[in-house]
Design a protein around this ligand. Structure first.
Ligand code: EPZ
Length: 432
């Protein structure tokens, strides 16, 4: 298995470009099969979750052509009403978007129940509630979620929790329903807006995405479109926090600064300097950072997908910080690993009490999930000495070329393989 061998202590300095947003690309690639015409999707990140959804849509007959590493032509005219049982689909949470897409287009969907990152119980009752409100019969059978409708009819849906996935899934199915659907208490994340923009570019009539209330006037059919996915705000945030943790000076390009405001304001609060231009943000830190308190919230609040990364830098700040996770029930699993690097963090329920230490020390650590993995890499970059970061397969689900991008900023990071003798000799050589 591949792992990262990291020698910490180098400040990250330089410029880095951000890839397309994974969590926008997943629903957009699913929605692309809702028309029989060809869609061209650009700025698709080359990460394993995206390869999984592409594999799933290929498995049901969609024609997927890779024009270049980040551009895909998709044609859904050959899809039959086939259950989505592709192995890849079981591994990714975003496969649930195929339910909304297929239900909207064919009035019938049958998709293996999704798993995704191990960050606690992740129900899909709000998706089901939405599909039922549109007139579908939804049931679980043999590990599959099956949704069927004679016809889909617009409805007024109030989401009990703010859910990115449910908002997008209902939006997709409702785009091809009869009449008007209103989603109240909708998620406002940039990827919700991006998916709505894509559907609108295919002829859907969605208004209000990015606010609490989304109105969808159903249309008869959707048409082809050329569309470029927004930059990944979480990848951008991860590099911003890596710069802060290593007392670096990194300019992050291809970002939408508005999407990063909850992050830039926290970084300023703890003593970083931030310069923002139209499509870039520069983060510099030249002294020990200050403590603060953070609570994860739906957008525009502080994102849960940045919670491990901020906990890692607060672990090095001067004073005690409190980090409260309010979205997922079990997103502090990485703390044990961080404690092995010398962090002083105590978790009580959904709260971490973080007492800053002057430095971390390198250790052999294991990623429990995608964003925690990114956080642990940041810790290793800031630590004294060597760290081995294992189970990086999680990181590769959502970060394109992560080690290469970090290396371009001066990080001392190598990708090794613990089953390859040459790699292990290299590892011995590095630490001796
Ligand atoms: C999306 O997950 C992202 N995944 C997550 O990113 C992200 O952490 C999350 O949104 C929040 O921003 C994808 O886009 C593929 P939710 P999703 O539905 O849609 C509860 C990453 O690292 N809920 O907004 O599954 C749920 O349990 C991943 O890239 C219900 O109760 O999240 C959670 O507490 C991890 N019933 C809250 O709502 C439902 O039917 C928000 O979940 C749905 C959700």
């Amino acid at each position: 298995m591949e792992f990262y061998s990291i020698k910490g202590g180098n400040p990250l300095v330089g410029e880095v470009g951000i890839s397309g947003a994974k969590n926008a690309a997943l629903p957009i690639l699913a929605a692309a099969i809702m028309t029989n015409e060809t869609t061209v999707i650009e700025n698709v990140p080359d990460v394993s979750d995206i390869r999984a959804i592409l594999s799933a849509i290929r498995s049901i007959g969609a024609i997927v052509t890779e024009t270049d590493r980040h551009t895909f032509k998709i044609n859904g005219s050959q899809i039959h009403d086939i259950p989505v049982v592709d192995e890849a689909v079981k591994k990714i949470r975003g496969s649930y978007y195929l339910i909304g897409a297929l239900l909207g287009k064919y009035h019938h969907a049958s998709v293996t129940l999704p798993k995704g990152c191990n960050i606690g119980l992740r129900p899909i009752d709000q998706h089901v509630k939405g599909f039922r409100a549109l007139g579908a019969d939804v049931r679980i059978e043999h590990g599959m979620i099956v949704a069927e409708a004679d016809e889909l009819v617009g409805s007024h849906i109030y989401l009990d929790v703010v859910s990115v996935g449910a908002t997008i899934n209902i939006m997709m199915a409702a785009s091809l329903a009869h009449g008007m659907t209103i989603i109240e208490n909708a998620a406002k994340e940039p990827h919700v807006v991006d998916c709505a923009n894509f559907l609108n570019s295919m002829g859907a009539r969605i208004r209000g995405a990015g606010t609490d209330v989304i109105r969808i006037r159903g249309v008869e059919s959707l048409h082809g479109s050329d569309y470029s996915i927004i930059p990944d705000m979480i990848e951008a945030g991860t590099f911003m926090f890596a710069s802060a943790a290593t007392r670096g000076d990194v300019t992050i390009h291809n970002v939408i600064p508005k999407h990063l405001e909850s992050l830039t304001s926290k970084l300023e609060e703890i003593g970083c300097q931030i310069e923002t231009s139209d499509e870039a943000v520069r983060v510099t830190a030249n002294k020990r950072l200050l403590n603060t308190h953070v609570k994860t919230l739906p957008y525009p609040g502080f994102p849960t997908d940045m919670q491990p990364q901020i906990t890692v830098i607060l672990g090095l700040a001067n004073g005690t910080s409190i980090v409260t996770e309010s979205i997922f029930e079990s997103r502090f699993k990485y703390v044990d690993e961080l404690v092995r690097m010398g962090a002083q963090i105590k978790v009580e329920g959904n709260t971490a009490i973080v007492t800053g230490v002057p430095s971390y020390t390198g250790a052999s650590i294991t990623c429990p999930d995608l964003r925690a993995g990114a956080g642990l890499v940041i810790a290793a970059l800031a630590a004294e000495g060597y760290s081995d970061v294992h189970d990086v397969i999680y990181i590769e689900r959502g970060y394109e070329d992560f080690p290469e991008k970090l290396r371009s900023l001066g990080a001392d990071i190598e990708v090794l393989d613990d089953e390859d003798p040459e790699s292990m000799r290299r590892r011995m050589h590095l630490v001796s």
